[in-house]
Design a protein around this ligand. Structure first.
Ligand SMILES: [Zn+2]
Length: 602
């Protein structure tokens, strides 16, 4: 019997195409068995090779159905035992076959010449990039005995990420009670409670004591945290050196297909925002002084959400988003309407549902690109929806054009979502043009987000870059050195006044420097955070041009969205007419922001 799906739920059942889940699991295992059986033969003739490639595309489709069906159900109710058990069952199958197929890369590398010959065939040319990505790993693959040894040690070499998350998510205790202006004590359970106070409490005394408690707790653990970070980079550098990389940074840049010069160039260009950051903060704080009726603005006032708007309904949000995305044309908005009308989205918060929001990955072969979110009727909820729609439409579009390259690299993944956020921002600015309080609130939020993703993340990125390199060169790294380096980088990128600098070296403000030790991406080992800046800067550029009806950029944008990961990251961005090493795009961002900052003065 077909169950009726409620209006704001996603339709996951249609993934299974009327077959039971077990049928899909069986089909998946059969396709993995085929791989195991053929791993020593697939390259022996062109015919076998083609068959093997076709089967692997089929396998992708099956996996995408299976994994998305199970993981999305599990995320909708993280406590549901049924989905936990099915998830584990699938995981065990994956682990088993991973081991059975662990030599596959080596087999491909050993037969590189034969495969390269096949790839000259007209029909197979499109696979060139896929195999290039494997062949380029050759200098970094070790002799079989060493590979074997490393795989037996896997899971034991560097577990600092797990230690970091256990400490910060479970063990860290915010033990000091936080007091409000009536001296009532509030006991805090976790970091989320504190952040909620900072965002929503009208009581400034409570906000101040929450802010201090939050940062002081991390500060008190600065030695453990900095040591965990030290061992993380020490271990990664050593591991990467064994694989013939210069170290951790070199390995990460290799994976992104980006040169060190590209990275340091982004640092240099984002540094050029510093006068604007300084100016914005000054004007923003002056504005907040008036709105919040305060003599001076302190860090605990900055996250406070002072604007109380009426609750926005999901229907209103959909309408606003469709209006905002109109400049992208019918081709784009038609897909957005599909998402809204055909149950792609799980909108509402539910008990046990994963917090936050995402648009699914692994979408090749799927008709619906699902979104999970927790809509609460705030302007932020509308922004989140526009953001995730950006990811989903991109996946939908490259799925229509690509088969082997129906993916997106993290390097440029946020461009489409930031473009949508920015178009929504431009639309809302117009919508609220006669309501200066809302308009200024929107501008402040937008610029906060912009510098949050560029200046702030680049400070983090340069910290990661410097620290990993220092440790790679056998230099010591202590908690005090980490705090000191972080302060120097803030100075470099934000143009602090001497009094602001002095402030940051004095308690309680100094506690906030411990922020640098709680960046979880540092422990995920992919040199990640600078990619936020790319999404923000390129997304702003594209949205500004499209908003001004630039037809050339709009056409390029579709080429970009449809390209999937068929090109390397920098060539993909080049489809947009954007060169990250040229300061033009950064200058354009500065111009757009300067104009917005001027509007705050009015
Ligand atoms: Zn995103």
């Amino acid at each position: 019997m077909k169950q009726k799906i409620s209006k704001y739920d996603w339709d996951l059942e249609c993934l299974l195409k009327n077959k039971p889940l077990d049928w899909w699991i069986k089909k998946w295992q059969e396709s993995l068995d085929y791989d195991v059986k053929n791993q020593n033969h697939f390259y022996k003739s062109k015919k076998q090779f083609i068959q093997w490639l076709d089967k692997s595309l089929e396998q992708d489709k099956i996996e995408n159905v299976l994994f998305n069906y199970v993981s999305n159900h599990a995320n909708e109710d993280t406590t549901n035992q049924k989905w936990i058990a099915i998830g584990q069952k699938i995981n065990f199958i994956a682990i088993k076959y991973n081991q059975l197929l662990s030599k596959l890369t080596n087999i491909i590398l050993k037969n590189q010449k034969t495969i390269q010959k096949y790839l000259e065939d007209k029909q197979l040319k499109k696979y060139k990039r896929e195999f290039y990505l494997i062949f380029r790993q050759k200098p970094h693959i070790l002799k079989e005995a060493y590979e074997n040894l490393l795989s037996r040690l896997s899971g034991t070499i560097n577990n600092t990420g797990d230690i970091f998350s256990t400490l910060t998510n479970s063990d860290l205790e915010f033990s000091e009670p936080v007091s409000d202006n009536k001296n009532k004590k509030h006991h805090i359970k976790n970091a989320y409670d504190l952040i909620k106070i900072l965002e929503t409490s009208n009581d400034r005394v409570l906000r101040k004591s929450a802010w201090i408690c939050f940062h002081k707790t991390y500060y008190k653990h600065r030695n453990t945290l900095s040591k965990t970070l030290f061992y993380n980079f020490l271990s990664e550098n050593k591991k990467d050196k064994i694989r013939n990389f210069k170290g951790y940074v070199d390995k990460c840049l290799f994976a992104d297909e980006v040169s060190e010069k590209t990275l340091t160039n982004i640092y240099k260009n984002v540094e050029s925002f510093k006068n604007l950051v300084y100016k914005f903060k000054k004007i923003r704080n002056k504005h907040l002084q008036t709105v919040l009726k305060l003599k001076n603005i302190e860090p605990w006032d900055l996250s406070f959400n002072y604007l109380t708007t009426n609750k926005i309904s999901i229907e209103e949000a959909k309408k606003d988003i469709l209006m905002a995305l109109k400049p992208l044309g019918d081709k784009y908005t038609k897909i957005v309407k599909k998402a809204f009308n055909e149950h792609w989205i799980s909108f509402m918060p539910k008990k046990g549902k994963l917090t936050g929001a995402y648009s699914i990955g692994g979408t090749y072969g799927l008709k619906k690109i699902y979104i999970l979110m927790n809509f609460v009727g705030s302007l932020n909820s509308v922004k989140t929806l526009a953001h995730e729609i950006g990811h989903s439409v991109q996946s939908y579009l490259f799925n229509q054009k690509q088969d082997i390259y129906a993916n997106v690299a993290i390097f440029y993944a946020e461009i489409a979502s930031i473009c949508n956020e920015t178009l929504l921002f431009f639309y809302l600015l117009k919508k609220y043009q006669n309501q200066p309080k809302i308009k200024k609130y929107l501008i402040i939020n937008f610029i906060n987000d912009f510098f949050g993703a560029t200046t702030r993340q680049i400070i983090f990125s340069e910290f990661e870059y410097n620290t990993a390199n220092m440790i790679n060169n056998d230099q010591p790294f202590t908690a005090d050195m980490g705090l000191d380096m972080y302060l120097k980088l803030i100075k470099k990128y934000e143009n602090l006044s001497p009094s602001q600098e002095k402030n940051l070296q004095t308690l309680p403000y100094k506690y906030s420097l411990s922020t640098i030790f709680r960046i979880d991406h540092f422990y995920m080992n992919s040199l990640y955070v600078y990619k936020y800046a790319i999404g923000q800067i390129v997304g702003l550029y594209i949205a500004s041009r499209i908003f001004k009806k630039d037809k050339v950029v709009l056409k390029r944008y579709f080429n970009f969205l449809e390209s999937g990961d068929s090109l390397n990251p920098l060539d993909t961005i080049a489809l947009l007419g954007v060169d990250l090493s040229n300061k033009k795009i950064y200058d354009e961002a500065k111009q757009t922001l300067t104009k917005l900052i001027e509007q705050l003065k009015l």
